[in-house]
Design a protein around this ligand. Structure first.
Ligand code: RB5
Length: 152
């Protein structure tokens, strides 16, 4: 699986750790930056390119990090086709994919420890959308918003 990852300064250290762990597990990791720790950088500059890469299928899944994970998820969800969510636990990281077809996992570099973050990443990457009728029905309602001129 090709996985994209991106972070601002608040998630930079965690990104470096997760890139290493993902590479060790054999994943192809595309790093959307930041490539250096810059305390003045802005999370949309990494979240939006990554979200576009997920939405267009260039990467299958995305992982976004900022200090809290909030800004990254807000920015990523502005891109049509991105379904980003901030998670703090393995259950949500897995179930968000199975039920909601989440394709971007957001984590807080300042709020979540690396071991819990890694558990979240593994659950996220190993999960698959169930395709159950009720979940498809709910997802269709969300996708309709993306087609709506009013919502955009
Ligand atoms: C940056 O200091 C911080 O605001 C950002 O990383 C993130 O936590 C925003 O949600």
């Amino acid at each position: 699986m090709r996985v994209g990852i991106g972070a601002d300064h608040g998630g930079f250290l965690m990104k470096e750790q997760l890139v290493r762990k993902l590479a060790e597990e054999g994943y192809e990791v595309i790093d959307f930056g930041n490539m250096v720790h810059d305390p003045d950088d802005d999370y949309p500059d990494f979240a939006i390119p990554l979200a576009r890469a997920v939405a267009t299928g260039y990467v299958e899944r995305g992982i976004l990090l900022c200090g809290s994970g909030v800004g990254a998820s807000v920015a990523a969800n502005k891109v049509s086709g991105a379904r980003a969510a901030l998670c703090h636990d393995d259950y949500s990281s897995r179930q968000g994919v199975e039920d909601d077809d989440m394709n971007i996992l957001c984590l807080g570099g300042r709020t979540t420890g690396i071991e819990v973050a890694w558990d979240c990443v593994r659950n996220f990457i190993n999960a698959r959308f169930s395709g159950a009728a009720r979940h498809n029905r709910r997802l269709e309602k969300v996708k309709q918003l993306e087609q709506s001129v009013v919502a955009r």
